[in-house]
Ligand binder design. Structure first.
Ligand SMILES: [Zn+2]
Ligand SMILES: [Zn+2]
Length: 266
């Protein structure tokens, strides 16, 4: 299984994974031209994309889903509430054509080519939000982004992860002393906003399976209220204290916000 991050954060999220014969996109919050250029730079073929998964209806995750799906007739998989949200989202000018809509339900596993995919609910200020457990070639990749707090469903998914993409949005001290207006600080810190480096670190240290986990990619880092070094060192410290071996056993990386990262064979 290969993994590429094409963008991660409020300026646009997009992840790509593939096996020998199936490619899927998870979220597409980049502009369509930027996406096509980055994608082509990797020498990848758009014809191989067999599905687009959507975590939730915020424009930094959905901007170019309609344009890509319509141009290449790619089905879009997400909950009914997220489909409805995208239809009503005034920032999305090109909507997903009805024939490309695929409605999924939490905990009902479905397949796209070689991938077996299970969505589960996550708390955020949007409706029908999804985390994903993605299995192929005997490997399990878990994606959890844009969560306001940790739930039992999230802990369970973390415990299954061999390869994990997980939000580490902000450093609390940077957010509190930063220049964001108070209402925005409250939203980010609130139960339906985002989670901090410390919350991510604790979530992972308490719930990862030490024998299973191989790769952790910290995603959706705030540009104003975080740094890649701080996000990584906070989680690294918590995992090291719990006896995880980051030198040989496990790779831990903060995904860059605006530049691609990959291809990584997992
Ligand atoms: Zn987001
Ligand atoms: Zn969001």
């Amino acid at each position: 299984m290969k993994f590429i991050s094409l963008g991660s954060g409020s300026s646009g999220n997009c992840y790509y994974i593939n096996t020998a014969n199936t490619g899927i996109i998870i979220d597409l919050g980049l502009g369509i031209r930027t996406f096509k250029k980055l994608y082509k730079d990797y020498g990848l073929s758009l014809a191989e994309i067999q599905g687009i998964l959507v975590t939730h209806n915020h424009t930094d995750h959905t901007k170019a889903i309609g344009p890509l799906s319509n141009e290449f007739h790619i089905p879009v998989y997400t909950t009914e509430a997220v489909h409805e949200g995208m239809m009503k989202n005034i920032y999305l000018s090109k909507k997903v054509h009805p024939s490309e809509k695929r409605i999924i339900c939490h905990y009902e596993t479905f397949e796209i080519g070689a991938f077996r995919i299970t969505a589960f609910p996550v708390p955020h200020d949007s409706h029908g939000n999804n985390g994903y457990i993605i299995e192929a070639e005997g490997k399990t990749l878990v994606l959890i982004t844009d969560i306001g707090h940790v739930t039992e469903e999230i802990k369970q998914a973390i415990s299954k992860a061999e390869h994990l993409i997980v939000e580490s949005n902000y450093d609390l001290a940077m957010l509190e002393s930063g220049k964001y207006p108070n209402h925005l600080k409250r939203r980010i810190k609130g139960p339906y906003g985002h989670i901090s480096n410390t919350e991510t670190a604790e979530l992972l240290a308490e719930n990862l399976n030490k024998e299973r986990i191989k790769n952790i990619w910290l995603c959706h880092l705030s540009e104003e209220n975080n740094t890649p070094e701080l996000a990584r060192s906070t989680t690294k410290a918590a995992l090291t204290e719990k006896g995880f071996n980051l030198n040989t056993q496990l790779s831990l990386i903060s995904l860059p916000r605006r530049t691609p990262y990959g291809i990584i064979e997992v």
